[in-house]
Structures are given as structure tokens and as C-alpha cells.
Design a protein around this ligand. Structure first.
Ligand SMILES: Nc1ncnc2c1ncn2[C@@H]1O[C@H](COP(=O)(O)OP(=O)(O)OP(=O)(O)O)[C@@H](O)[C@H]1O
Ligand SMILES: [Mg+2]
Length: 1110
């Protein structure tokens, strides 16, 4: 148990006292009062030390649940309130852990709950021991043996609806781990007389009723039975059905249990056949038939039942019939056969029925043993559970009651012996001084019954074996003589004169003072029952049966094994088996359950004081308590004791560090408990008086209250402090967060203000700078303006001055010319006539013109039409003539040039002309083409062997053959292609192989798009709907673009039936590629640096061609 677990004790929440040893004052009244008090509170279990007293509650109590099992599992005996589970647990654990074989002795009157108690013990052990497939099977078989044995061995009696009519001792065997291995059941003397006769208000064994109520119609038919109880003589009718007992359901339970235990289907069938045979047997009746010799001989009255029974058992009817009419006595070599009268026949019938049933029962027990026996030979630990019929006092007590009570006597003895011995041993073990205690020892009664010389059983056997007439009366006579002096034997006829007038003692009875009270036994039937004779004819008849089970049950009927020796008597057998049982029990550690029935009415809630008192007396419970208390009333191991009371002393509370024994000593000294009140054992403290214990308990209770207050106080303090600390911590956290938040807010506000101020200042500064800059600019403008004005004024002044000067110079020159003319004229007038001036002037002009033309004649002029050179004009007035001459000369030399043209040259120049018309000033590429001759075939198609095939493919004359680039729309890169142009179509072919890729008839072309730039890109557009439009337009590039397009254009204009191809010149045009239209856009890039034209794909719909700017 862990230290933290709460330790409980039997002393907690006790109703009355849980252990009778603690009863104070101890008297019979207080004892019974305590039992009643507890019984009224459904506390049916009470201890006397380690003995458990169990009161029969006669109602189901919720104290046998799985939870209860767990509660009691592995707990110390006194730790919890008294329970049969505590005893079972203690026994099981000392068996498992200390290797001590155990026996659990359950005693008490009939109906006091022994059988139930034994089942609780077994089920508890089954629940707490090991688990596993094999183990579970064993457990199940052990548990299921109970319903089978109860069906065959229990019956309703006036005392108990489920009274065990046999004694049962079951050894459960365990392996070293405490797992069950199997078991052995011993049965003791089944009350077989019940088979043929039941006292009033009682029933036969359960199985008869169960079979008739629960078996199916088919089964009953097979067994030749009828459901009606009243049809069977052996079944008593007045209590055939019992309240709260469902025979039909029980039958199913029993069959199921038999199956689990391991009965074969045919075995079950045989068993049922035997049960049916017993019922049939009861119905056989006899009638007298007079014989010649005057004696009556019995005859079977109605042979039907006999016949059916014989059929059931496979018997020959006549054999059985004869066995009911004759009896053969064999002595030595003689065989004498006598007839049976009707009474003898009935006796024989009943004897057969009883024997059949009791042997069947023994066979069942053996069969169960066979199933449940341990399979291994390893050493086993054993727990024996004894559930034997309780002490019985009926109105009419016979041999059976005598035997049963004898058995109980023996058990009482063993109880006395073992409890006392155990107690004494404990004192010795613990080293405590011990003085013997007087108690009533029933050994004397046992002796009266079992003494080999003059015991009652010995007398009976003697009487049975004695030759001559033996009757029950002779037996009683014998007792009267032999036992008369015995103080526990009472008889009217005995020599002991004090009973002569005792009318409560009939003449045919004797009385024994048992430990449990006086019992009057009627001697009738004692001899017979002890003899337990079955006529040999019957056993032999049975052996002849064609039924395996019957044959097995009557081995003595085997004619080859005739045994003339008398079988041992019932009394002898029983004594022997009880002797063995006692020996067996003495080797084991005993655990006692003393069962008490609270009332005779089988009713819950009724507590009949007198009845309980009687049981308490004969069970010797008071003595038990006294013995227990004579020494020390209470004992407890040091550790739990210290644990329980340590709070009563400062030194031991809360912890005692030294040895526990010293701790207890310190504790008791501190509490000033008188020294004689306790003794220190080796491992336990012994407390003499319950008062001392209660004193300790009371102190503890008070202390616990104080402690509870203290604990409460400390706990509250601790809780509040914790709460406070938590609050404080939380407050710090909250404050921190709030401060952070507040600071954040404040900072943001300051930041905003700073920003506003800053922006104002910056604005103000900026405006100031702006103002300054504006002022500066204005100043500069003003300076410039002023300077401009000033320079203007200066310039105009200078211009005016220059003009003035020029005018003056001109005036001077004019004046000078006029003056010179005047001077010349004055000088030369005298030499010329008055009109000679005009003639001279005309002459001069003519002379000049002559000189000019003659000069022209000698000048060699270039005949090249492109030569722009022309002599400079000689005189201003010849300007018009000079230009006219130049024009005429140019026209003439062009005519001269043209007249030298061949036809090819003409065509070439026409082409060039057309090109110029098309592209001049429209496309920047044009000027570079002017100087190039339009060769047409640049690849020398006809000469190149690579292209021969291609050449042959093209039908028309090839007008142009060149390698061009075909632009890939996906990346704008060009791929070289052979481009062929004929009169009717153009062809694109692989440059390397000459394989034709595309051939498009020219009429399918609608237009050509080119840019204005200095690039070779051109798009050939195919008419929509044309067959070759599937591939879309062609975007090509060639340096010889001008030539290609011109040729293309010219083919169009040459043929009358075709439209001229349109030429679009634009820096942005659309090209249809299969499905998509892509825009080709030309831009001016960086000045030419060697890279040339770059075409790039910008997106799905745009190809950008960057052309270096010129
Ligand atoms: N612990 C219990 N709880 C509820 N009912 C009980 C308990 N013990 C006994 N009984 C009831 O008392 C009846 C008789 O008990 P049980 O058969 O154990 O008596 P017994 O001592 O074995 O008698 P006998 O000596 O005749 O066999 C049971 O059938 C059951 O109804
Ligand atoms: Mg019983």
C-alpha cells in the first residue's frame, strides 16, 4: 500500500462492535444485542478474532459485487468492516504467499447459510486468483460442480429450502503462483432415506422435480416419464413446488453445468435414466399371494411400471421380478432361497431405490472429480472448504441425525482444539506469557459415540454383526447397559434411575446431550440403516442389466466375485471417513465461519433472540470470545498500530524515525496507559482490555478532530496564500501589460505630434527655400532678359552702324562709279560718237557669249547620268541659259545611256524602278538595296546538286531563290529556309535537304506587311479561306526584302487575271499563326552595335522586333 493511501480499519464507522472481542461488558445479552444491532443494519458478518460469525440475512444483499471483491482484495483482515471476503482473502494470501495449506470450516445449523458461504468463498478465490484460458476453465469447472451436486444432493426441508443432504469437503488445489489447478471433492453420507420417504412438508431431492418440470417432452417420453408429480409414489406432494424455486430453470442450469464440468451426452442420458428408474421403482407395488405352505408370497401388482423400468435399464423383467419375490442366502457352500412376503418385498424395493440413488450420487462425485482433478503432478497448495450438514434436531431423529450430529460434534472439537492451539501458539510465538484457559471440551461426547469399545457406534456394529435375533430394541438395551453411566447419555431404561420418571423420554428412544443441545433419537431403523443391506439377488439382478452405468454401480452383483464377507456398516464407514477428514483438517491452517440463522421462518428482518442465543451457546461463541480475551483482547502488528495512533503523542507525530516497536512504546508511555494493560510481542502489541483500545480510539477520535481542524487551518491558510500569490502574480502581469499599453499609447501620441511639428517645420523650411530659389531664378531671368535686351540693343546698334557703313560704302562706290563713268565718258567722249555706247555694249555682250559657248565646247563633260557636276556659271545674266543647257545635256546623255541598254538590263532597271516606287522614302532599308543588282537566283539552284530535286519539283521558272529566315512565333528566333518564287507560287523548302515544306499559290496571297525600319522582316499574308491558309501567315526575314517584295509585286502587276498584291508598310501589323493572331511590333533600339535586328516574344500575342536606330 502506498504511503498516500488512506488507511482504514475495522474500527471505522462501526455498528456495534465489529469484533466481539472488543465487546464491553462481555455478557450473553450484550453479545446477542450486538449481533441483533448489526443484523438490523444488514451487517451480517461479525468477527471473534479471526473467526467470522455469519448471520443468514434471508435476502440478497449488495455486498458480493465485483467492486466488493476489489475492495477486500489484498487488504489486511482488520482493515475493513467484517466480511466473508476478508477471511477468504486472508486464507488465499497465506496459502499463496506463506505456503500454508488452508481449510475453511463452515459450521452452523441447517439453513444458517453454510452452503451459500462456501460458494462466496469459492467465487471470491476464483475472482482474485490468476487468470488465463486454462485457469478460467478450471475455475469454471470447480464452480459449476456446485449446481450438479446441489441438484442431486440437496432437498427442501422444513428448515431450509435448499438443504444439503450430504456432507461435502472440497480441496481446491493451486500451483506455486496461486493459480487453481483443480480439485477433489469428498462426499459424506447422503441422506438416502429421503429417496423413498420424506417427512411432512419436505421434498425428495431436487433432481426429481427438476427433471419432471424442466425436461422436454421428448426426453420425458424417452425416459417413459410423465410430467405429473402425483403419478410417483416417491415424490411427496404437499410441497412439490417451492416458492422462489424454479425447477425447470434449475434443470437447464444443471444440464449446462454438467456439460461445463465435462459430462458426455451419453453419461447425462444414463444419469437421467437412473433417476427415472428410481421414480419407476417407487411405483412398483406388491400384492400377497397365498402359498400352499400357508405363507404369503409377494407378487408384483401391476407389471407395467416394472416393465418400463426394466426397459429403461436394459433389465430382464423376470430377473428383477424374481429378485422381488425371493431371497437367496449363501453361507459357505450352501445356498438357501426363501420367499419374500409383501412387507419384505417393499423393503427390498426401497432398499434398491436408496442404493441406486446413493450409488449414483457417489458416482457423480467421482465423475466430477475425474474432470476437475489437477492435471499435473507438481506439488500443490491446497485450500479445503468444508460444508457439512448442520447440527439437526428434528421432532423425530433417527440414524441419519445421529450421524450428522456426531459429525458436528467432531467439528466442534476440532474447532476448540485448533482455535485454542492457534491462540496459544501465537502467544508463544510472540513471546508473551500465557496461562491456560478452561473451556468445555466436547471430547467426552465424541468419546461416547465413537469409542471403539463401548461407544454407541461400536455397540450398534456389534449388535448388527451378532448372530441371533437382532432388533432395534436389543440395541437400545445394550446401550442402556453400557452407556448408562455416561453423563451425556440419557435413557428411560438405563440404570440411571433419574430418568425413570422422565416422560419426555419415550421408551424406544435415547437422548444425548450434544454440545449443541439435547437430542432425542428413536432407535427404530438404527440396525437396518447401519446394516444398509441390499439383498444379493437384487444386486445380482442389477449387475445383469444391459446398462453400463448400472453395471458399474453394482460391482458386488458380479457372480464371479461373490464375497461372503459382510460389507462394512454405514456407521463404521462414516466414522472412518470422518476420522480421515479430521486428520486432513488438522494438517491445515483453519479458518472458521460460524453460521447462525436468525429465525426459523426463513424470513428476512426477523431476529429471534432465543434461537440465536441457543446457537451462540452451543457453538461456544461466548467461550470463544472469552478464550480470545483471556489473554489479550486485541493485538495488532506494531506498524499499523503506530500508524493509527501516532497522532496521540508529540514524539511520534507526524513521523517516527526509529524502530516501530519503540515508537509504540513511547506512544503508550506517553499516554500513561497502565503497564499491565499491554504486552509487547515480537511483532505485535497485545492489548489486554477492550477498554484500553476504546480509550485509544476515543483519544484518536478527539485528536483526529483537532487534527482535522489543524489540517483545515493549514489547508485554508495554504489555499488563501496560494490564492493571494496567484492574485499578486496576476496583478503584476496585468499591471505590466497595462503599463505597456499606456506607454504605447503615450508614445504614439508623442510620435504623432512630433510628426505634425516636423512636417510643419519641414513645410516652412521648404517654402523658405522655394521662395529663395524662385527669387534666384527671377533674378537670373531678369539678368538674362536684361542681357538679351542689352545685346539686342548692341546688335541693333552695330547692325545700324554696319548698314550705315555699307550704305556709305555703296554710296561711295556708286558715287565713285558715277564719277569714274563721268570721268571716263568725259575723257572718252571726245573719242566716240554719241550712240557708240550701245554698240560697244552689244558687242561686249556678244563677245562674252561667244567666249562662254566656245568655252563650253572645250569643256569635257561626264556622260554618266548620275554625274551631277556642271561648270560654274560664268556671268549672272547667263544663269537661265546655263541651267537650260545643263538640263538639255542631261536629257541627251540619258537618252544616249538608254540607247545602250540590253533587254535584261532594261528589265532589271524596270525592277529597280518599281522598287524605288514602292519603297523609296517609305522604308529605311531601301537605300541599301539600290546599289545591289537584283540577281534573282542566289543559290544557283540549277547548279547546286543538293537542290536538283527541288529544282525539278518547281514547274515554272524560278524568279527568285534565296535563303531566308522563317521566324518562329514561339521564341522569335529565325530558322533558315529556302525561298523560291515562281510566277505562280512561292515555295519554302528545307535549306539542307531541299525538301519542300510549303508551297503557296500566289493568288492565295492577299498582302505583304513590312515595317518602315531598316530591317528585313516581312509577313506574307494568306487570304482567309484559301487552301494554304491552314498554316496561317508567314513571317520571314531576308536582307533581300526589297528585291523579294518587288518581284512579288511585279508578278501581280504583270498578269492581268490577278490582283496586285498589296503592300502595307507599318511598324505594327498582325500576323495570323494558325489559330492565333500575333502582333509584330517594330521599335527603334539602341544604335547599331553589331547585334543587328533582335526579335523577341513578349507575350502570347506580341513579338517585338527591335531595330537599331541608324
Ligand atoms: N449470505 C446470504 N445472503 C442471502 N441469503 C442467504 C445467505 N446465506 C443464506 N441465505 C439464504 O438462506 C438459505 C439457506 O442457506 P444454505 O443453504 O446455505 O444453508 P445451509 O447452512 O447450507 O443449510 P443446510 O445445512 O441445510 O445445508 C439459502 O437458500 C439462501 O436463501
Ligand atoms: Mg447446505
Amino acid at each position: 500500500m502506498s504511503k498516500m493511501e488512506v488507511k482504514t480499519s475495522l474500527l471505522d464507522n462501526m455498528i456495534g462492535v465489529g469484533d466481539m472481542v472488543l465487546l464491553e461488558p462481555l455478557s450473553e445479552d450484550s453479545f446477542i444485542g450486538n449481533l441483533k444491532n448489526r443484523f438490523d443494519h444488514n451487517e451480517i458478518y461479525t468477527y471473534i478474532g479471526s473467526v467470522v460469525i455469519s448471520m443468514n440475512p434471508y435476502k440478497p444483499l449488495p455486498i458480493y459485487t465485483a467492486e466488493k471483491v476489489e475492495e477486500y482484495r489484498n487488504r489486511n483482515f482488520y482493515e475493513l468492516s467484517p466480511h466473508i471476503y476478508a477471511l477468504a482473502d486472508e486464507a488465499y494470501r497465506s496459502l499463496r504467499d506463506q505456503d500454508k495449506d488452508q481449510c475453511i470450516l463452515i459450521t452452523g445449523e441447517s439453513g444458517s447459510g453454510k452452503t451459500e458461504a462456501s460458494k462466496f468463498v469459492m467465487s471470491y478465490v476464483a475472482a482474485v486468483c490468476g487468470k488465463g484460458q486454462e485457469v478460467n476453465k478450471v475455475k469454471e469447472q470447480l464452480l459449476q460442480s456446485n449446481p450438479v451436486l446441489e441438484a442431486f444432493g440437496n432437498a427442501k426441508t422444513v428448515r431450509n429450502d435448499n438443504s444439503s443432504r450430504f456432507g461435502k469437503y472440497m480441496d481446491i488445489e493451486f500451483d506455486f503462483k496461486g493459480d487453481p489447478l483443480g480439485g477433489v471433492i469428498s462426499n459424506y453420507l447422503l441422506e438416502k432415506s429421503r429417496v423413498v420417504k420424506q417427512p411432512r412438508g419436505e421434498r425428495n431431492f431436487h433432481i426429481f422435480y427438476q427433471l419432471l418440470s424442466g425436461a422436454s417432452e421428448d426426453t420425458l417420453k424417452n425416459l417413459k416419464l410423465d410430467r405429473d408429480f402425483s403419478k410417483y409414489n416417491y415424490l411427496s406432494l404437499d410441497s412439490a413446488t417451492v416458492n422462489g424455486l424454479d425447477d425447470a430453470a434449475s434443470f437447464r442450469t444443471v444440464r449446462n453445468a454438467m456439460q461445463i464440468v465435462g459430462f458426455m451426452e451419453d453419461e447425462v442420458q444414463s444419469v437421467l435414466e437412473l433417476v427415472a428408474a428410481v421414480l419407476k421403482l417407487g411405483n412398483i407395488e406388491f400384492k400377497p399371494e397365498s402359498r400352499v405352505n400357508g405363507f404369503d408370497e409377494s407378487r408384483v401388482k401391476d407389471k407395467n411400471d416394472l416393465k418400463e423400468m426394466c426397459e429403461l435399464l436394459g433389465l430382464e423383467q423376470s430377473v428383477l421380478e424374481r429378485a422381488f419375490s425371493f431371497r437367496t442366502v449363501e453361507a459357505k457352500m450352501e445356498k438357501v432361497s426363501t420367499t419374500l412376503n409383501v412387507a419384505q418385498a417393499y423393503y427390498a424395493r426401497d432398499a434398491l431405490a436408496k442404493n441406486l440413488y446413493s450409488r449414483l450420487f457417489s458416482w457423480l462425485v467421482n465423475r466430477i472429480n475425474e474432470s476437475i482433478k489437477a492435471q499435473t503432478k507438481v506439488r500443490k497448495k491446497v485450500m479445503g472448504v468444508l460444508d457439512i450438514y448442520g447440527f439437526e434436531i428434528f421432532e423425530d431423529n433417527s440414524f441419519e441425525q445421529f450421524i450428522i450430529n456426531y459429525c458436528n460434534e467432531k467439528l466442534q472439537q476440532i474447532f476448540i482444539e485448533l482455535t485454542l492451539r492457534e491462540e496459544q501458539e501465537e502467544y508463544v510465538r510472540e513471546g508473551i506469557e500465557w496461562t491456560n484457559i478452561e473451556y468445555f471440551n466436547n471430547a467426552i461426547i465424541c468419546d461416547l459415540i465413537e469409542n471403539n469399545q463401548n461407544g454407541i457406534l461400536a455397540m450398534l456394529d456389534e449388535e448388527c454383526l451378532r448372530p441371533g435375533t437382532v432388533t432395534d430394541e436389543t440395541f437400545l438395551d445394550k446401550l442402556n447397559t453400557v452407556c448408562a453411566e455416561h453423563q451425556h447419555f440419557e435413557s428411560r431404561q438405563s440404570k440411571n434411575s433419574k430418568f425413570l420418571t422422565d416422560h419426555s423420554l419415550p421408551h424406544n428412544c435415547f437422548r444425548i446431550q450434544h454440545y449443541a443441545g439435547k437430542v432425542l433419537y428413536r432407535v427404530e431403523g438404527f440396525v437396518d440403516k447401519n446394516n444398509d443391506l441390499l439383498y444379493r439377488d437384487l444386486s445380482q439382478a442389477m449387475y445383469k442389466a444391459n446398462h453400463s452405468l448400472i453395471k458399474l454401480l453394482f460391482p458386488e452383483g458380479n457372480p464371479s466375485k461373490v464375497n461372503l464377507k459382510r460389507p462394512p456398516t454405514a456407521g463404521f464407514q462414516f466414522k472412518a471417513s470422518v476420522g480421515t477428514l479430521m486428520k486432513n483438517l488438522l494438517t491445515k491452517n483453519p479458518n472458521y465461519i460460524r453460521c447462525i440463522k436468525p429465525n426459523d421462518k426463513k424470513a428476512a428482518h426477523i431476529f429471534t433472540d432465543s434461537l440465536v442465543c441457543h446457537q451462540v451457546r452451543y457453538l461456544g461463541l461466548m467461550e470463544n470470545v472469552r478464550v480470545r480475551r483471556a489473554g489479550y483482547a486485541f493485538r495488532q502488528a506494531y506498524e499499523p498500530c503506530l500508524e493509527r495512533y501516532k497522532m496521540l503523542c508529540k514524539q511520534t507525530w507526524p513521523h517516527w524515525r526509529g524502530p516501530v516497536r519503540d515508537g509504540v512504546e513511547v506512544l503508550l508511555t506517553d499516554l500513561q496507559v497502565p503497564v499491565e494493560e499491554f504486552a509487547y510481542g515480537r511483532s505485535k502489541i497485545f492489548i489486554r482490555n477492550p477498554r484500553t483500545l476504546f480509550f485509544l480510539e476515543e483519544k484518536r477520535r478527539q485528536c483526529l478532530e483537532d487534527l482535522a481542524t489543524l489540517i483545515q487551518k493549514i489547508f485554508r491558510g495554504w489555499k488563501s496564500r496560494r490564492q493571494f500569490l496567484l492574485l499578486k502574480k496576476s496583478q503584476v502581469v496585468v499591471a505590466a501589460w497595462y503599463r505597456r499599453y499606456a506607454q504605447q499609447k503615450k508614445y504614439q501620441k508623442i510620435r504623432c505630434s512630433a510628426l505634425v511639428v516636423q512636417s510643419f517645420i519641414r513645410g516652412w523650411k521648404a517654402r523658405k527655400i522655394l521662395r529663395e530659389l524662385k527669387y534666384k531664378k527671377r533674378c537670373e531671368e531678369a539678368v538674362t532678359t536684361i542681357a538679351a535686351y542689352w545685346h539686342g540693343t548692341q546688335a541693333r546698334r552695330e547692325l545700324k552702324r554696319l548698314k550705315e557703313e555699307a550704305r556709305r560704302k555703296h554710296a561711295i562706290a556708286v558715287i565713285w562709279a558715277y564719277w569714274l563713268g563721268l570721268k571716263v565718258r568725259r575723257e572718252y567722249r571726245k573719242f566716240f560718237r554719241a550712240n557708240a555706247g550701245k554698240k560697244i555694249y552689244d558687242f561686249t555682250i556678244q563677245r562674252i557669249m561667244q567666249k562662254y559657248f566656245l568655252g563650253l565646247k572645250t569643256t569635257t563633260l561626264s556622260m554618266s547620268p548620275i554625274d551631277k557636276s556642271w561648270p560654274a556659271k560664268p556671268y549672272g545674266f547667263l544663269e537661265g541659259t546655263h541651267q537650260e543647257l545643263r538640263r538639255i545635256f542631261h536629257l541627251w546623255r540619258c537618252k544616249k545611256y538608254r540607247s545602250k541598254f540590253t533587254k535584261e538590263m532594261k528589265a532589271t532597271y524596270e525592277e529597280k524602278l518599281a522598287a524605288s516606287e514602292l519603297f523609296k522614302d517609305k522604308k529605311a532599308l531601301y537605300p541599301s538595296s539600290v546599289g545591289q543588282p537584283f540577281k534573282g537566283d542566289y543559290v544557283e539552284l540549277s547548279k547546286n546538286p543538293k537542290y536538283q530535286k527541288l529544282n525539278s519539283l518547281v514547274e515554272d521558272k524560278v524568279l527568285l531563290a534565296d535563303v531566308v529566315s522563317k521566324i518562329n512565333r514561339a521564341n522569335g528566333k529565325g530558322a533558315p529556309r529556302m525561298f523560291l518564287l515562281t510566277k505562280n507560287n512561292f515555295v519554302l523548302a528545307d535549306q539542307k535537304t531541299g525538301q519542300v515544306k510549303t508551297s503557296v499559290p500566289l493568288p492565295d496571297l492577299s498582302s505583304v506587311s513590312v515595317s518602315t525600319q531598316n530591317d528585313g522582316f516581312f509577313a506574307l499574308r494568306v487570304k482567309e479561306g484559301a487552301t494554304s491558309a491552314a498554316k496561317g501567315d508567314f513571317l520571314l526575314s531576308s536582307d533581300r526584302l526589297i528585291e523579294i517584295i518587288t518581284k512579288l509585286h511585279r508578278i501581280g502587276s504583270a498578269s492581268a487575271d490577278r490582283n496586285q498584291i498589296k503592300i502595307d508598310i507599318s511598324d505594327e501589323f498582325l500576323v495570323q499563326f494558325k489559330q492565333d493572331k500575333v502582333c509584330v511590333k517594330f521599335i527603334q533600339g539602341a544604335p547599331k552595335n553589331g547585334n543587328g535586328v533582335i526579335c523577341k516574344r513578349k507575350n502570347n500575342r506580341l513579338l517585338e522586333v527591335s531595330v537599331p536606330s541608324p
